[in-house]
Design a binder for this molecule. Structure first.
Ligand code: NAP
Length: 262
């Protein structure tokens, strides 16, 4: 059994994937990647198995190259890759700072693709890749545009990759949950004057949805949508035209008065 590489392992969904892959897939060694070294060490302590801590900012070239250097030096067998590093901030084109926009694209898209590309050559038949899409990637979402569009990329990229990898016995799954109870949500409301959701309910339990995704990944599913609410959304997105969906979405938003990004 090879190692699991988890980006975004310092909190939330990435951390939960590490714990579930230890318990559900018997992974005995992890490479944990995120910026916050102390929180990565806490994840390693909780896992209680050998872990390599890779503190790296994946929005930067140095961060990506740090992973490449360790990978090329150690040449591990990778059984699981989970790309959970990512973030999203509500705000329209005139609200979000340019650096917030480029960081979202760099972490959610560029780092996901590069880390996958580098890791695949260290995978054998049976290996699995899990990418973090989102329930927000099924339709255009004004005021959450960069984030939701970045996740559309991840969804299409992963579905296509799943076909490309099939002959090698490797499968890629795009995980598309609704709102999950993690640090993601408060951070997403950071921009002043942005339109943000009036409510982010129902909030999904991180452990429960990650367990479901590990099962889907083992089965080789190209996409895993959870929970029933997000599945219903997914169905409506297929049935209704974009203008109706966008109108429904805009009706769910309110002006964010309290915070400031720009
Ligand atoms: N929570 C939700 O409702 C939800 C729904 C759908 C999809 N998702 C996706 O799930 C993934 C995980 O989010 P989460 O909910 O677990 O949120 P979270 O608790 O805020 O975790 C985000 C993780 O990404 C890492 N990260 C962020 N920017 C980074 C950077 N520049 N370089 C390296 N690591 C970085 C963070 O670590 P450091 O801060 O230590 O760098 C952290 O470990 C994201 O891709 C998110 O888009 C979340």
């Amino acid at each position: 059994m090879g190692i699991a590489v988890i980006t975004g392992a310092s909190s939330g969904i990435g951390k939960e994937f590490a714990l579930q892959l230890r318990d559900m897939a018997g992974i005995g060694e992890f490479w944990l990647i995120a910026r916050n070294k102390e929180r990565l060490e806490l994840t390693a302590k909780e896992l209680g198995v050998p872990c390599k801590i890779i503190s790296a900012d994946l929005s930067t070239e140095e961060g990506i190259e740090k992973y490449r250097a360790i990978l090329d030096e150690e040449k591990p067998e990778i059984s699981y890759l989970v790309n959970a590093a990512g973030f999203g901030v509500f705000g329209s084109f005139d609200v979000l700072a340019e650096s917030t926009v480029t960081d979202m694209i760099d972490v959610n898209i560029k780092a996901t693709v590069l880390i996958t590309h580098m890791s695949v050559k260290y995978m054998k038949k049976g290996a699995r890749i899990i990418q973090l899409g989102s329930g927000s990637c099924f339709t255009p979402l004004p005021h959450f545009n960069i984030y939701s569009s970045s996740k559309v990329f991840v969804l299409h990229y992963t579905k296509s990759l799943n076909y490309e990898l099939k002959p090698y016995g490797i499968r890629a799954t795009c995980f598309c949950p609704g709102w999950v109870d993690t640090a993601f949500l408060p951070k997403s409301l950071d921009a002043k004057d942005a339109y943000v959701p009036k409510s982010m309910k129902p909030l999904l339990d991180c452990k429960k949805v990650v367990k479901g995704c590990v099962r889907a990944s083992k089965k080789g599913k190209a996409m895993y949508v959870t929970n029933w609410y997000t599945k219903l959304q997914h169905l409506l997105f297929k049935l209704l035209p974009d203008p109706i969906l966008t109108k429904m979405w805009l009706g769910m938003l309110k002006k964010n008065e309290a915070k400031g990004d720009k």
